[in-house]
Design a binder for this molecule. Structure first.
Ligand code: TRP
Length: 342
């Protein structure tokens, strides 16, 4: 239903991650590297920590502020420059929630019932899920459109939510006869390394919620920990194949090769050309060396930032001011379109 519309505003980037209390290699290679590339290309970028989304599932109010700081520190340690990009907490910009309400009256129940992430997160007992978890993608649409963002760097798993954002924007413009008010935001799907899998099971995504810490490399891990996790990563008994096709059906091998390529900024082909035919006894130490070289500076910067929460709070508050300066006029325009007083 996303009809082409005439949108002529500037190119803007928005993305966000949940404050899960610590980010890992999957977030870094799957998202943050891309955020930084978009920023360095000169686009106007808004990178928020989605702490409104964080309360759709049970959460601990005591640890939330620190979790938000950790996420922001990880963004910055990865190369997001708070002088260039607005780095802020979603809850500090009330326009997100306000626009989300309007969009809840635009989105249709049937659209949300098709969202697969809700089905995954709600599990078997969906009657007990919060209503917020159900309307989560509507808030996500508001996050994006309250800045009239045109491009949204996300993982493959967020494509459906982006489609919903376009449907909401298109339906809003059709219902209220205001073509061109919103862009139809496009996902920018990350290239190599989008799907970083668990180091213990090549068929599962690397995840903060995995019980085994050995399954992931955290952005806060020091060099020794990184090396130990690579060493203990699951593999199979075969040497690396001579061609990329040979990785089919070998999820752990494919994952480690993918991680190497993403860290190096090269491709699976290049890595296979270099290591094809070699055993993991050769490949793992190389991977470990590369991972330490790339991630240790990120980890150092992360801990430096986490040692100065006052400085992080200042950055977040600055970011929120900048974000609000864009979001408030958009919300004002929406209020006029829907006929609110004042
Ligand atoms: N739903 C996203 C995720 O699970 C997080 C998110 C919330 C987001 N709002 C967003 C991503 C807006 C991009 C744009 O990863």
């Amino acid at each position: 239903m996303s009809d082409p519309v005439s949108y002529s505003g500037p190119e803007r980037i928005l993305s966000g991650m949940q404050p899960t209390g610590g980010l890992h290699l999957g977030n870094y290679l799957g998202a943050l590297v891309n955020w930084v590339a978009l920023q360095d290309r000169g686009a106007e970028c808004f990178y928020c920590v989605v702490d409104l989304h964080a309360i759709t599932m049970p959460h601990d109010p005591k640890s939330l502020p620190d979790a938000v700081r950790r996420a922001a520190a990880a963004y910055i340690a990865s190369g997001v420059d708070p002088e260039k990009s607005a780095v802020f907490a979603q809850s500090a910009v009330p326009e997100h929630a306000e626009l989300a309400w309007v969009f809840q009256c635009v989105a249709r129940l049937g659209w949300l019932e098709r969202m697969t992430q809700f089905k995954d997160k709600a599990g078997k007992d969906k009657e007990r899920a919060s209503v917020g978890l159900f309307t989560y993608p509507v808030l996500q649409a508001a996050d994006i459109l309250v800045y009239k963002a045109t491009h949204v760097p996300v993982g493959e798993d967020q494509k459906q939510h982006l489609e919903l954002s376009r449907d909401i924007a298109a339906r809003f413009m059709r219902d209220f006869n205001c073509d061109g008010v919103f862009p139809l935001p496009e996902p920018v799907i990350q290239g190599a390394g989008t799907r970083i899998m668990s180091l213990k099971d090549g068929s599962k995504k690397m995840s903060k919620s995995d019980l085994s810490d050995l399954s992931r490399i955290n952005l806060s891990d020091d060099a020794e920990t990184i090396a130990r996790k690579v060493k203990k990563a699951k593999t199979d008994p075969e040497p690396l194949p001579e061609s990329v096709e040979g990785l089919t059906g070998r999820p752990e091998a494919a994952n480690l090769v993918g991680i190497y390529a993403a860290l190096e900024g090269s491709t699976t082909e290049t890595v296979i050309a270099e290591f094809g035919g070699q055993g993991f006894g050769v490949f793992k130490p190389k991977l470990s060396e590369l991972a330490v070289a790339k991630l240790a500076p990120v980890a150092d910067e992360y801990s430096r930032l986490m040692d100065d929460p006052a400085e992080l709070d200042r950055i977040l508050s600055n970011g929120a001011d900048r974000a609000r300066a864009v979001a408030a006029p958009v919300m004002k325009e929406v209020r006029q379109i829907i006929g609110y007083w004042g």
